[in-house]
Design a protein. Structure first.
Length: 378
């Protein structure tokens, strides 16, 4: 009887152990699934941040805020090396500590982390100690993980998370943190291209208008204040003929007079740029396409009724510069250019690809019949 009871008891214990193991596996599986769902939400939040905010600085600050909120991180700081110096791009740490945070690459323990491209975890054992990299701050952080950041094997800076509790990251899931780090890198990789565009924005020599690149930076910031906008691209379809039959100087004057007329009659709430060559773009921020038809028809009618020619002083200057030109002297006064325009418009929705809309409009104008002079909605 005793032996049978022992066997039954052992069987029950083994059964409970197996049951507990299964329950533990299910809980772990649920935790992993829950973490994956959280990661997906974070990735989605990152993508939304890229679409909702315009400047590079705003995007990086936004993703740092998302990290702090979603993963309940006490302190999070993203530092980027721009080729000349280290800059704190986003941090919820008091700004008085930023000089220390942007100098972590000079700390020996982090130098090794950067060279080996591996994270570095540091902590203290009690409240009276301080982390090795801290200079004047004793109570703020007691544990930290340092992540060097690389884009295509090129070192670009680092991300550091900190806690005010010793050993707070002892049991943290490093695989999750690696996923977060890669998401940060992906966002930085995206905004690096935008930063390049922002830095090369220029004004056109003849018209004084911003170039195409303006649309993807400050221009997009204006446009994305609204859910729906109308993008219009127009082309001076006979500019090459004007340059050929008369002179390039007259062609340049046609471009400047048209751009000046549109700019003078356009609300400052809208964005107007010289897109490329004889193509211009108007972004009607917050206006739907059916509301711009009358305005564009009026603009088109007024411009195509212009008779543009060089004045006498321009002719004299031209003759002095190019004595070999076939048409000299007062004969050029008779050369009158009448511009012809072709318009195409399309709706743009906030958060979608502005460059795709512009590409579609440009392809339409480039492939249209050379004599087409209309306003087309695509």
């Amino acid at each position: 009887m005793i032996i049978a009871a022992i066997i039954i008891l052992v069987s029950i214990i083994i059964g409970l152990i197996v049951y507990n193991i299964r329950i533990h596996k299910k809980i772990q599986k649920f935790k992993n699934l829950n973490q994956k769902v959280t990661n997906l939400y974070v990735v989605q939040d990152f993508m939304n941040a890229i679409g909702e905010t315009s400047t590079v600085e705003e995007k990086i600050k936004k993703i740092n805020d998302i990290l702090i909120e979603r993963y309940e991180i006490k302190y999070s700081t993203i530092v980027v090396f721009d080729g000349a110096e280290y800059q704190v791009k986003a941090s919820n740490v008091d700004q008085k500590h930023w000089d220390s945070l942007k100098s972590l690459h000079e700390v020996d323990m982090f130098k090794d982390s950067i060279e080996s491209a591996t994270p570095k975890y540091v902590t203290v054992n009690n409240e009276n100690e301080r982390l090795p990299y801290q200079q004047m701050e004793f109570g703020r952080a007691k544990s930290a993980i340092f992540f060097p950041l690389y884009i295509d094997n090129v070192y670009i800076g680092y991300w550091i998370i900190e806690s005010g509790t010793p050993h707070d990251f002892d049991n943290v899931d490093t695989t999750v943190l690696e996923v977060i780090k890669q998401n940060i890198v992906s966002v930085l990789k995206t905004v690096v291209h935008q930063k390049t565009l922002e830095s090369i924005v220029r004004k056109d020599l003849f018209t004084g208008l911003y170039s195409e690149e303006y649309l993807y930076g400050e221009g997009k910031k204006i446009i994305d204040q609204y859910t729906v906008s109308t993008i219009c691209m127009f082309k001076i379809i006979n500019i090459q003929q004007i340059n050929k039959d008369y002179s390039r100087e007259l062609g340049n004057k046609v471009i400047t007079q048209i751009s000046n007329y549109v700019d003078d009659n356009l609300s400052k709430e809208y964005v107007f740029v010289r897109y490329m060559g004889p193509k211009f773009v108007i972004a009607f921020s917050g206006v739907e396409s059916n509301s711009v038809a009358d305005f564009l028809n009026d603009i088109k009618e007024k411009i195509e009724s212009m008779q543009i020619h060089l004045d006498e002083s321009e002719i004299q200057t031209l003759n002095m510069e190019v004595n070999s030109r076939k048409k000299l002297g007062n004969e050029l006064v008779k050369d009158v250019a009448i511009p012809k325009l072709n318009f195409v418009i399309s709706s743009y929705y906030k958060g979608t690809g502005l460059e795709e809309v512009l590409k579609k409009l440009e392809e339409y104008l480039d492939n249209a019949d050379p004599n087409e002079s209309d306003i087309t909605n695509i």
